[in-house]
Write a protein that binds this ligand. Structure first.
Ligand SMILES: Nc1nc2c(c(=O)[nH]1)N[C@H]1C(S)=C(S)[C@@H](COP(=O)(O)O)O[C@H]1N2
Ligand SMILES: [Mo]
Length: 241
């Protein structure tokens, strides 16, 4: 073995030790991707923990915004829609001091933020829209996240749809619980009445029809333990851009 190859091996060993020490291993590591996913996540977390997704001027807003799916047709949604979403709730539970449940009006009473960002689907299409909502960090703060928290698992009212982010993304100022788009209500095709926007990651992390947040320090307890359903279908848990 040449000197170069030896240095490469020990470099990887050091990287391995660093990612373990600082909790930089994504939940789907070694599944379908192996070390590549760990290195992408670790590098992004070390270099860009505090970086911001690009925000655009109003003139860049896509008209009309692309909607990946049509209006939802599952029963639980249709029932709530018939009532004007008055009974829609966002439950917050898990590792929190006081589990809470917000109505849409409760959420609209928190300090709002809007941002114009790019939503990119992994399949290639994308659009730019203004997203209006409240920072996920404010919602979590209201419930009192315990210091041991490592992930926020978020669930859609749509069956089988859930995902998670680490605390760096959960508390990031651009991660929003959104209920508005382009100055109006968030259309149901785009996830209305409530959607999590994670603008530093690909579109599939922005789960529509948001109904529940669960704070945890053990992601292996959820689903198949990979952090979301995406890795089961070959998509990375961490979809940072
Ligand atoms: N509940 C739910 N959320 C979802 C999806 C979905 O099918 N159901 N699709 C995801 C994917 S793959 C993408 S690219 C974006 C598309 O968002 P859009 O419909 O606003 O274009 O929503 C994400 N959130
Ligand atoms: Mo997507």
């Amino acid at each position: 073995m040449g000197i170069g190859a030896a240095a490469g091996v020990s470099g990887l060993a050091v990287a391995d030790r660093i990612v373990r020490r600082y909790g930089l291993i994504p939940p789907d590591h070694g599944g379908l991707y192996g070390p590549g996913e760990t290195l992408t996540y670790a590098a992004q977390r070390l270099l860009t923990r505090h970086s911001m997704a690009r925000e655009f001027p109003r003139s860049a807003i896509s008209n009309p915004p692309f909607a990946n799916g049509g209006a939802p047709k599952f029963t639980a949604f249709l029932r709530l829609q018939a009532g004007g979403f008055a009974d829609w709730r966002l439950a917050v539970d898990g590792m929190v001091a006081h589990p809470v449940s917000f109505s849409l009006d409760d959420l609209k009473g928190l300090p709002m933020r809007s941002q114009i960002t790019h939503l990119a689907c992994e399949e290639g299409w994308s659009y730019i829209a203004e997203w209006i909502g409240v920072p996920l960090s404010s919602v979590l703060e209201a419930a009192g996240v315990l210091p041991q928290a490592k992930y926020v698992v978020y669930q859609s009212l749509e069956p089988e749809i859930w995902d998670s982010v680490d605390m760096a993304d959960a508390l990031h100022p651009q991660t929003l619980v959104t209920f508005g788009m382009n100055g109006g209500e968030l259309p149901v095709g785009n996830g209305g009445p409530l959607r999590l926007r994670v603008p530093r990651q690909l579109g599939y992390k922005s789960v529509k029809y948001l109904s529940r947040l669960t704070v945890t320090d053990d992601i292996t307890k959820f689903g198949k333990g990979l952090g979301s359903v995406s890795p089961e279908y070959g998509y990375a848990w961490y979809a940072g851009m």
